[in-house]
Design a protein around this ligand. Structure first.
Ligand SMILES: Nc1nc2c(ncn2[C@@H]2O[C@H](COP(=O)(O)OP(=O)(O)O)[C@@H](O)[C@H]2O)c(=O)[nH]1
Ligand SMILES: [Mg+2]
Length: 448
């Protein structure tokens, strides 16, 4: 193993910048950059020490040495806390490189921790998720996964599955005896329960996806009804251009924020209308796609005017979607035209100008999701990779149950069960291929 180095804090000016080294040569490198061949920092204590380049002091920094195996990676690790000057940090990293280190790849520290059994793959992914989280709710889920909750839930399923595999395999060895009816009924019952458990866990992904990506909300409507004004008011900044000229928004804008700590991803779209303008028409096509992909469609109407043909087309297009109807520009009208037409629908009357009704709109957006992502809810699967593997494992088990019902030979029944074990193993990393690990760790940041 070589020794790797990277900046663990973001690139840029800051109070403190932390450089992290991991590998067998960390002490040698620390001695080289401090110019002190006897430098022997006590493990897990902070040691203040000068960093010197050809006898010239360039920094005084804090060194913390974690001796293998009691470190994040399981290897010898040294963390150096310096002043957060990008120039200085670059220089110290260069010195480490000259002293024999190599720049770390994305996620390489965590990859080493995985290789040394410090965490399993699902926990390693939780580290990434924790860093990438956009909401408190997501950080909580990531912490649960990091503490091994997911792996703990999977372990008994894997153990039981292995038990059944052993029973079926031993039946294979004694060819004369078919599996007795009672035993096969018991296996069937157990397999059904296991498949059910996996499906139940997989089903939590609908909430998990919300936590990770937020509720996707698309503001749609004809030009000039006030979509961009509502967008700006909800995110609390003037991100979208607002003018009285119809067709101002030609490309869509996306912002993430939270409503009552539930993550929301709000999309402002180009107004839906027939247009000759090429750029605008691409924007309109995007709006349609955003509408189709959204969890919630907010269809905005201008309450100071009668509904137009364009409004009616949008209402028709979004009819089967999960939608909220907003009657905007409340400051300009006394009695809006719309509501009579929207019985049994969620209608919110707003004014982007005065802010009236916007809180009601926020509440209407998250209302159906409150229970799904509530605090009291247990662990949820938030990673598409995990969700896919859980479903595939359940599919395999159910296929085996069918073969068992058809009284197929144990050999054939076993194929699906072995596959199921392999898929579950891919979640925690026991049966993951090199290729897959590369793909997972590509999504990490450098220095983690
Ligand atoms: N009086 C009033 N004007 C509004 C309101 N919302 C938007 N507008 C105005 O309507 C025009 C179009 O707004 P904009 O947000 O660009 O609409 P979009 O085309 O749907 O994105 C602008 O002149 C806004 O100032 C509102 O609630 N009240
Ligand atoms: Mg607009």
């Amino acid at each position: 193993m070589d020794t790797i180095v990277a900046l663990a804090t973001p690139l840029g000016r800051s109070g403190i910048g932390v450089i992290r080294l991991s590998g067998p040569d960390v002490l040698t490198i620390a001695r080289a950059i401090t110019g002190d061949d006897d430098f022997n920092p006590e493990p897990r204590y902070s040691t203040l020490k000068k960093i010197q380049d050809s006898n010239r002091e360039i920094e005084e920094a804090l060194f913390v040495y974690f001796k293998s195996p009691a470190s994040y990676t399981g290897e010898d690790v040294i963390e150096i806390s310096c002043h957060g000057s990008p120039v200085l940090l670059r220089q110290i990293i260069d010195m480490c490189l000259k002293a024999g280190a190599r720049l770390a790849e994305a996620g390489e520290y965590t990859l080493r921790a995985l290789a040394n059994g410090k965490l399993d793959l699902a926990q390693a992914e939780a580290v990434r998720d924790l860093i990438d989280a956009n909401s408190i709710a997501m950080t909580r889920q990531a912490i649960r996964q990091l503490r091994g909750e997911f792996s703990h839930q999977l372990q008994p399923v894997k153990d039981e599955l292995l038990n059944d595999i052993v029973v079926l395999e031993s039946a294979l060895e004694f060819v004369e005896d078919d599996l007795p009816e009672t035993q096969s009924a018991k296996i069937r019952e157990r397999l059904e329960r296991l498949a059910g458990k996996l499906r139940k866990l997989a089903a939590t992904f609908s909430a998990g996806r919300l936590l990770r990506e937020g509720i996707r909300v698309a503001l749609v409507g004809r030009p000039n009804v006030g979509k961009s004004s509502i967008f700006n008011a909800m995110i609390g900044q003037e991100a979208a251009i607002v003018t009285e000229i119809p067709g101002t928004t030609r490309d869509q804008l996306k912002e993430s924020f939270t409503i009552e700590s539930i993550p929301v991803s709000l999309i402002d779209t180009a107004g839906l209308r027939e247009t000759e303008d090429r750029v605008e028409s691409i924007g309109v096509a995007r709006s349609r796609r955003a509408m189709a992909d959204a969890d919630v469609v907010v269809a905005v109407m201008d309450g100071s005017e009668d509904l137009t043909q364009e409004d009616r087309e949008i209402l028709e297009e979004s009819r089967d979607l999960n939608r909220i109807i907003v009657i905007n520009k409340d400051d300009l009208f006394d009695a809006p035209v719309g509501p009579k037409e929207f019985e049994n629908e969620t209608v919110v009357i707003t004014s982007a100008k005065t802010g009236h009704g916007l809180q009601k709109l926020e509440e209407a957006i998250i209302e159906p999701y409150r229970g799904e992502v509530s605090e009291t809810r247990g662990f949820v699967v938030s990673d598409a990779r995990h969700h896919d593997l859980l479903e595939r494992a359940a599919d395999e088990i159910e296929a085996s149950i069918e073969l068992l019902d058809q009284r197929m030979s144990e050999e054939i029944i076993l194929v699906g069960l072995h596959n199921a074990i392999r898929f579950l193993g891919e979640i925690t990393g026991e049966t993951t291929t090199e290729d897959m690990l590369t793909r997972v760790f590509e999504t990490f940041c450098i220095g983690k």
